[in-house]
Design a protein around this ligand. Structure first.
Ligand code: 5GP
Ligand code: ZN
Length: 135
């Protein structure tokens, strides 16, 4: 789909730091992480909402998210995590290409109320490597 930042990432036209790829999905580091290790799981094909996603693809997404969450909490030393899917502009969905957020959490760590701060690009590849090692 034209003008979609995640389609551009899938197509390699925009760089990304990826921790996992398979025939259906890519998992990458969020560029404005809410917490260290914040991952996005995106399908290679463009769908906007969970309501548009084919059920076989949805059925693959949660087991993969579980595996990524395990690796992310080990990789960054977190103790918990949030899985978030925004569906539609009014829900806060900024990128209209389906994505599942995995947000590692440590005790007493509050989520910022707005979008996270831009990632430190000198550190992000090392955080990604720490997550990959646990996949
Ligand atoms: P939404 O609000 O749509 O659920 O979340 C979109 C997410 O995509 C945000 O957390 C934002 O930081 C992330 N994001 C937006 N553009 C890019 C990009 O070009 N690269 C990466 N890695 N993440 C992005
Ligand atoms: Zn797209």
């Amino acid at each position: 789909m034209g003008n979609c930042v995640f389609c551009d990432i899938v197509g390699g036209r925009i760089p990304s730091i990826r921790v996992h790829e398979d025939e259906d999905f890519i998992a990458l580091m969020d560029i404005n992480p809410l917490t260290p290790g914040h991952l996005l799981l995106i399908p290679r094909q463009h769908f906007t909402s969970t309501l548009d996603m084919p059920e076989p693809l949805l059925a693959k997404a949660l087991p993969l998210a579980k595996r990524l969450a395990e690796a992310a909490i080990l990789g960054v030393g977190a103790s918990a995590f949030n899985i978030i899917i925004n569906n539609g502009v009014e829900s806060g969905q900024a990128v209209p290409h389906w994505h599942l957020h995995i947000v590692p959490r440590k005790s007493h760590q509050e989520l910022p109320l707005k979008v996270g701060a831009p990632a430190d690009l000198t550190k992000l590849p090392f955080t990604a490597a720490a997550i990959r090692e646990n996949l």
